[in-house]
Design a protein around this ligand. Structure first.
Ligand code: SAM
Length: 295
């Protein structure tokens, strides 16, 4: 697969917000090792997403938590969003781009890493599966999802991507959006999704990795039991979405988040000028879309 270059920032980024050349500091290096440690990874992410749900919870500004997808031509993949969904356009479009338009009619679908349920709810509206079961490690996120979204066929439960609490061959399709970078054992996760899919089941999968972690990720996918039908580098479309949504996230942060947490929040939601944002632009981090199938 051809990787697209991302060396220069998109035209619409104010130059005052561009980062100087990035060098990892010792505290940053320490934190990266802590987050990467296999034994710590799950409890740390669980704590973090519980905490994030508590901070933003009642207001529910971040109904979807992925970085978003904005295609080149005017950024609109879906021309016909409901008005309440418009602020969340790019994050909804990430789901729609992951699954393609309306391929889920009448299917039983599992979403692993559903967060606060906004993506699952959007899929129910825009892709119309028969049932959609959302699963997430964070009980607080699942609580918010249950409270916010009640539709026939839509349900949420707490659980772990590496130990899916379902019998073999339970679903026709699976979705995973920007969650697998949190999992300590990606091969186990892929084997679990394969197990719970029915024969012919499709797995719609999008996520990012630092360039140093790409070989392990790509190896795990290509050596899994899935057949890889499609693989696409969508980094440029993600950067476009991040750029467009940055001001909204900054406003939200100033209104809701204690000042001492601003640097962590900026990094987490990848606002313009944050280290994570810059890493996408400079080709130190990539965002991929996979379409996998269980033959
Ligand atoms: C960046 S959020 C994305 C959420 C959702 N897909 C969206 O786009 O709004 C990542 C989610 O993955 C969940 N997660 C992390 N580790 C997990 C695991 N081992 N099993 C299930 N979910 C997990 C987190 O709790 C969090 O809700």
């Amino acid at each position: 697969m051809k990787r697209r270059p991302h060396e220069s920032p998109p035209q619409d980024i104010p130059s005052s917000q561009a980062c100087p050349e990035w060098k990892e500091t010792l505290p940053q290096k320490f934190l990266r090792h802590v987050f990467d440690a296999p034994l710590l990874r799950k409890p740390i992410w669980k704590f973090w997403y519980n905490f994030a749900a508590r901070v933003d919870g009642r207001a529910g500004h971040l109904k979807l938590m992925n970085f978003g997808y904005a295609p080149e031509e005017g950024g609109k993949l879906l021309p016909d969003l409901e008005p309440a969904d418009e602020p969340h356009r790019n994050t909804i479009q990430m789901y729609v781009h992951a699954v393609g338009r309306k391929p889920l009619d009448g299917l039983d679908v599992l979403e692993v890493g559903c967060g606060r349920g906004g993506g699952a709810f959007s899929l129910m509206k825009y892709a119309r599966p028969r049932t959609l079961t959302g699963l997430d490690l964070s009980p607080k996120a699942v609580h918010l999802a249950r409270k916010a979204y009640a539709l026939p066929g839509l349900s949420f439960l707490q659980g772990d991507a590496e130990n899916l609490p379902f019998p073999d061959s339970s679903f026709d399709a699976a979705v995973n959006v920007e969650s697998s970078h949190c999992y300590p054992n990606i091969r186990r996760f892929l084997a679990e999704v394969f197990r719970v899919l029915r024969p012919g089941g499709r797995f719609y999968y999008v996520d990012f990795r630092r360039i140093a972690d790409l070989p392990e990720w790509e190896g795990a996918v290509s050596e899994s039991d899935f057949q890889v039908l499609e693989k696409e580098d969508i980094t440029a479309d993600v950067v476009r979405a991040l750029t467009r949504d940055s001001a909204r996230k900054e406003d939200l942060m100033r209104a809701r988040i204690p000042r001492f947490l601003h640097p962590a929040f900026r990094k987490f939601v990848c606002t313009v000028g944050s280290e994570n944002y810059q890493s996408f632009i400079e080709g130190r981090r990539y965002y991929y879309r996979y379409l996998l199938v269980k033959d």
